[in-house]
Each structure stands twice: as C-alpha cells, then as structure tokens.
Write a protein that binds this ligand. Structure first.
Ligand code: TMP
Length: 213
C-alpha cells in the first residue's frame, strides 16, 4: 500500500496557494490516491468556530496563539491522524509554521513559548516524535507584491488588513522555520506567473513522493 503523506502549504496572505492546492489534489487523485483536503485554522466544526473568532476579533497575542493551537489539536485528532492512519494524502492549507510566522513573526510573540505549545499539541502518544508535516510547500513572495494582489480581493480579515511591515516579519519568520527544519521545506518563488509556480510546485512534490517509493 502507498504510504500516507502529510503536506502543508504556507505563505503570506496573497501568495496564491489555493489554486495550486486544488491542482495537487487532482494530481494525487489521478494516481488513484485518496486525498483529504483541509485547512487551518479550521477543518472540524469546533475548529471552524475558533477560526471565526481568531480571524475577526481583536485579542491578546497569547490568547490568539492558544486558540490557534486549540483548533489544531482538534483538527489533528479528528481529521489529520485518522486520514494518515488510512494512508491518505493529507493536503493542509497552513499548519504550525503559520503560527510561528504570524503570531511569532508578525505579532512578535515569544518563539520558545510557541515551541512549547507545539510540543504539547503535536505529541500524540504512543508515538515518541512530534507530528510534523512530511513536506511543507512555502509560497514565498515579497509582501509588496502580495499586497497588490490582495488590494482587489474581498473584504480583508484581521490578518489581511495588516500593514506590509507585518508581512515582512511573517516572511522572515517563515525563513527562520525553514532554516530550523530545512529537510521538510520546499520554497517556491511565488512571484512568477501562475503556470511557472504550478510547474515548480508539482516538481517539488513529485520529487519527494517518487524518491520515497
Ligand atoms: P487563510 O486566509 O489562508 O485561510 O488563513 C487564515 C489566516 O489566519 C491567515 O491570515 C493566516 C492566519 N493564521 C495565523 O495567524 N496563525 C495560524 O496558526 C494559522 C493556521 C493561520
């Protein structure tokens, strides 16, 4: 049986990940794989309620980080772990790197506290190791380019409404996470045209999937 895959997608708002995630879901399905397509914050009824709160209400940075991890815990237990146990391909639009990037980088919240929360939430006994993505596709682009793409988009949520400087910090924190765990990251230059981004995304995912066969 083909092995399970846990693949996450990251980037600042406006990086354009959504269409490529859909494209990858189709690509895996065309190879006969079961795909679980999900997102954070969200993915379960309770986590979607928490999403509504964190995206639309002002709150203390620790409260915000705790709610992100609370939503994640539910999502892991109810959706991600059962899907991986079935050997699905789990494609998750954002995961813990987003908490380090947005709450750690953007809000300036303590990196070590986030690492402690990560240990608590992603430790799933009897496994000794933390649950981490097998691969994280990081759509990287300058915040100025992302801001231009977003300006014509829908009504912004709490994060989308942040100034460019916030997203500079978010981007720097993604780079720091990649430095800490380079083996699971694939950085995509997301300021190219859409077909070129798709080519790079597919190539990086196909390489990992095929080399582990
Ligand atoms: P989305 O618009 O890509 O669905 O993401 C929702 C927003 O939530 C996005 O602006 C990033 C933010 N976010 C955090 O601040 N921390 C997190 O841990 C996650 C998963 C998302």
């Amino acid at each position: 049986m083909s092995r399970a895959w846990f693949i996450t997608f990251e980037g600042i708002d406006g990086a354009g990940k959504s269409t490529h995630i859909e494209g990858l879901a189709d690509w895996f399905r065309s190879q006969g794989r079961q795909v679980t397509l999900t997102r954070e914050p969200g993915g379960t009824p309770l986590s979607e309620k928490l999403r509504e709160l964190v995206l639309h209400q002002a709150m203390d940075p620790l409260t915000e980080a705790l709610l992100m991890f609370a939503a994640r815990r539910e999502h892991l237990l109810q959706v991600i772990e059962p899907a991986l146990a079935r050997a699905d391909v789990v494609l998750c639009d954002r995961f813990t790197d987003a908490t380090f990037a947005y709450q750690g980088g953007g809000r300036g919240f303590d990196w070590r506290v986030l690492q402690t929360l990560e240990q608590w939430v992603q430790h799933l006994p009897p496994a000794a190791d933390l649950r981490q993505p097998d691969l994280t596709v990081w759509f990287d682009l300058p915040p100025e380019v992302a801001a231009q793409r977003l300006s014509s988009a829908r009504v912004p949520d709490k994060f989308e409404a942040q100034p460019v400087e916030f997203f500079r910090q978010v981007r720097a924190a993604y780079a720091k996470r990649m430095q800490e765990m380079p083996q699971r990251f694939a950085r995509i230059a997301a300021d190219q045209d859409r077909p070129s981004v798709w080519r790079d995304v597919l190539q990086s995912v196909a390489e990992r999937v095929h080399e582990s066969r």
